[in-house]
Design a protein. Structure first.
Lengths: 228, 82
């Protein structure tokens, strides 16, 4: 878990990884190497206070150089919430995250559909499955130019999408993201970024915890190195 | 020579600007009328050592391209003065 000044989700993320059978540690933003990590999670928070733009300064931290190399070599890099913002600012994923369309920080459970299960953290899902996990962000509106948005669809780079599920009169798209995009990946599926927080619903002692399946997928993928 | 650089970063035209909308509503609530197209951006000022006004400007533009503005969602303008 990459710890920037202002990151705040390391503990839950570390717990979720451990509960799924992995071994996790916090990686300081000043580190110039991954210290043996096989996967990198850039987890949630307010790195550098969201100064300038969310993730804009974090992407310049020394640790981002080895992360970039790791991603290029097919290594697993997952960005959760602020981490997704960092990955977009770093150019490791296309597009950008802007202020939610209603200018409100939205913190509630959200229904998302799994659109691709050949990524570093969605292999345990069936395509089309809808899961409900929490979101909590003020700048989660995903935007990109039309060509990029079309390419994301045709190349199957959309991983998670906000959907309407029965029984709720809340808007299915909580932040105005284009094409209801909640998360995307690169072509190979080793770099994944999404706004919802699976680590906040990953404790199986409380019942079905769909967030845990993202971490199960992550660990399963690291145990069997080929990501389809 | 030391130059003063004034940089303005604004949301790209056509992109929804909820901060601008919120401010527009607030201004209307304060009974200012005839208002539209409110947009919120960022003003960044800095001092820059450079050989000429042109090289200060091109250095500042590079700063915008690399950090100060998000190329996907923002436009910027640079003004240099001695």
């Amino acid at each position: 878990m990459v710890r920037f000044p202002g990151s705040n989700c390391e503990t839950e993320t570390l717990t979720a990884v451990t509960a799924s059978g992995g071994e996790a540690f916090a990686l300081d933003h000043r580190s110039d190497n991954l210290q043996g990590a096989r996967a990198v999670i850039i987890q949630g928070g307010f790195s550098y206070g969201d100064y300038l733009r969310s993730g804009a300064i974090a992407r310049l931290a020394p640790v981002m150089d080895p992360i970039r190399v790791h991603a290029k070599q097919g290594g697993v890099v997952i960005g959760i919430c602020n981490g997704f913002q960092v990955l977009c600012e770093a150019g490791l994923l296309p597009g950008a995250l802007l202020h939610n369309h209603e200018n409100r920080f939205v913190a509630r459970p959200i229904d998302i559909r799994i659109e691709r299960n050949t990524t570093a953290c969605t292999s345990e899902f069936e395509i089309g499955e809808v899961v409900r996990i929490p979101m909590a962000h003020g700048e989660g509106r995903y935007v990109a130019d039309t060509d990029t948005l079309d390419r994301l669809e045709t190349e199957h780079l959309v991983v998670l999408r906000y959907v309407a599920a029965g029984g709720s009169d809340l808007p299915h798209n909580p932040n105005g993201s284009e094409r209801d995009i909640a998360g995307i990946c690169n072509r190979e599926g080793n770099v994944v970024g999404f706004m919802p927080h699976p680590e906040r619903h990953a404790d199986r002692r409380l019942g079905p915890a769909p967030g845990s399946r993202f971490f199960d997928s992550l660990i399963a993928g690291l145990s069997h190195p080929a990501v389809a | 020579m030391k130059y003063r650089v004034d940089i303005r970063v604004v949301p790209r035209a056509g992109l929804l600007d909820p901060q601008g909308k919120a401010i527009e509503s607030a201004l209307l609530a304060l009974e200012f009328g005839g208002i539209g197209a409110v947009h919120v951006g960022r003003a960044i000022t800095l001092e820059l050592e450079a050989d000429s006004e042109q090289s200060a400007e091109s250095e500042a533009r590079r700063m915008c391209e690399r950090l100060l503005a998000n190329p996907v969602t923002e436009d910027f303008s640079v003004k240099v003065s001695a």
